[in-house]
Structure formats: C-alpha cells, structure tokens
Design a protein around this ligand. Structure first.
Ligand SMILES: C[S@@+](CC[C@H](N)C(=O)[O-])C[C@H]1O[C@@H](n2cnc3c(N)ncnc32)[C@H](O)[C@@H]1O
Length: 268
C-alpha cells in the first residue's frame, strides 16, 4: 500500500513518512518530557487526553505476570513502565531517538530496566510470535501506516495474544476541517469518510493515518485478529479544555468520542 519514495535519514533508509515523523517527533519530544515524568510517577494507568482511569475502561489484561509485551511507538515508555509494575516483561519500540532518550532517563530514575529499541513499528526485527500482548497509546496506532503495522503486529504476536490501540475517534476526524490546531472539531461533518488513510498536518510535516471503521474491521480480520471491543472514550464531566490538544474541546468530547480504543485478539 505504501508507494512513497524512501528518504535517507541519519544514514538509514526510511520510508518518507517515517523520516518525516522522526524529524517531527524529535522536535516534539521536549514537550513530552513533563507528561512522561508525571505518567511514570503515577502508580495507576490513565488513558488519552482526558486521563480516563484504567479502573473505568480496563484496557489491560488482568494477569500480566511473566507476559512478554511490546509497546509500539512507546515514546517516553510510561505504558511499558505500568506493564512492568504489573509483572510483565516489556519491550518498547519507537521511531524517535529524542523520545527514547527521555524514556532511558526515566528508566534510570525509577530503577526499571527493559529493552527500548529505536525502530519503525511497521518493519521490526523481532522474531515471529515473540509477544503475548501489544499496546499502542497514540503511537503506531496513528503515526504508522496501518497497512504495514497491523500485519507486522500480527507477525510478532503469539496466537491468542491481545493487541490494544488507542487513537483519534472516527467522528472527531470527520468533524475537523483539517488538522488546524486552533480550529477544533465542530458538530458537523467537515471531511469525507471514504478514502480516509493518510493526512499531513498543513502547518507541519508530521503524517498521520486513520481509517473508517469498516476498513479497520476488514484489515484486522484479514490479519487474523478477532475484534473484542471498540471503546469510545467520553470526556469526564469535570474535563477541561487542554491547550496542548486544541483540535477538540472537552464539551465536544463529552458528546462524541474524541478517542477510540480497539481491543483485538490474534485468533488461536
Ligand atoms: C504521542 S507519542 C506516544 C507515546 C505515549 N503513549 C504518549 O502518548 O506520549 C507518539 C510516538 O509514536 C512514535 N512513532 C511515530 N511513528 C512511529 C513508527 N513508525 N514506529 C514506531 N514509533 C513511531 C513517535 O516517535 C512518538 O514517540
């Protein structure tokens, strides 16, 4: 599905969108240090823009003891830290050296050591059937091409393993004109659903990927995943607008899902 010309970055040959996203995330990384520190220090997982607690939406398996887990686009790797605290043996992969630098510093500060790989979640070097659980909170879930990272996740997961990924809500995608940061989602459809796939921020270079629900279902099933849940996240009553996420208001997200989580399992 990817017909882009490769581009040369730091001596590696990366697909064009992966090179663009590495450059963008190396720039954004400084803004993710504070949130990463707070998330590492938090004993209880909470998810997405609105910090919905794990106790409410239960995205993690009950028993992670001894599980080999992979976080696809781990950023500062706080999700993997939460998995480690639950007895898992986590591994993280991320495309940004600067994000991984923060992750490594936080590992040292919290006395938690697990493998962190610099790489592209679309084409990893992990062996087939290496992991019992995969997760992506705003990582590969939207920054990698689903036609590449979903088959790759299927390859590296064991039979019966779960994949959980959190991304932008479909309705929010349609309610935004484009990714104009100060033009938040409205109560009208502003973009077509058909042929959704790749979008480039007009004022930036970063590339995101989103699919219609029917296409997610087709793609996931094609690669051997059964869909267990699609969690549509609602902003809590006390949520306030986040200046960092000016593409959606709390009021909008109390009425429609600004975020969604796919919980799927590789058929055993
Ligand atoms: C928003 S962060 C996600 C991490 C964390 N959960 C968070 O919300 O801060 C997005 C991460 O995805 C990473 N990323 C983007 N494209 C990637 C790819 N193709 N493979 C692996 N990681 C990728 C970026 O480098 C960035 O660290």
């Amino acid at each position: 599905m990817s017909d882009e010309a490769p581009s040369e970055t730091r001596g590696e040959t990366l697909p064009e969108h992966v090179a663009a996203n590495r450059e963008a995330w190396d720039r954004y990384a400084a803004d993710y240090v504070g949130p990463g520190e707070r998330a590492w220090a938090s004993p209880e997982p909470s998810w997405g823009i609105w910090g919905v607690p794990e106790t409410e939406i239960r995205l993690l398996p009950d028993d992670l003891k001894g599980a080999d887990t992979i976080e696809l686009g781990c950023g500062t790797a706080y999700v993997s830290a939460w998995l480690a605290q639950r007895g898992a043996r986590p591994t993280g992969i991320d495309n940004s050296p600067n994000q991984l630098e923060t992750a490594r510093r936080l590992q040292a500060e919290h006395g938690l050591d697990f493998p962190l790989h610099l790489g592209n979640a679309e084409t990893t070097t992990f062996a087939d059937a290496s992991f019992d659980f995969a997760i992506s909170e705003y990582g590969a879930a939207l920054w990698a091409d689903p036609y590449l990272w979903i088959p790759e996740a299927a390859r590296i997961l064991r039979l019966g393993a779960q994949l959980v990924f959190l991304t932008n809500g479909l309705l929010m995608q349609l309610a935004m004109e484009e990714y104009m940061k100060d033009d938040p989602a409205k109560a009208t459809l502003r973009r077509p659903l058909f042929r959704m796939h790749r979008s480039v921020w007009p004022d930036d270079t970063a590339v995101e990927f989103h699919l219609p629900h029917g296409e997610w279902i087709r793609l996931l099933r094609e690669h051997g995943f059964e869909i267990e849940r699609l969690v549509e996240i609602q902003a809590p009553p006390d949520a306030v607008d986040s200046p960092k996420h000016s593409h959606v208001t709390a009021d909008w997200a109390r009425q429609w899902p600004s975020e969604e989580v796919w919980v799927v399992r590789k058929r055993g």
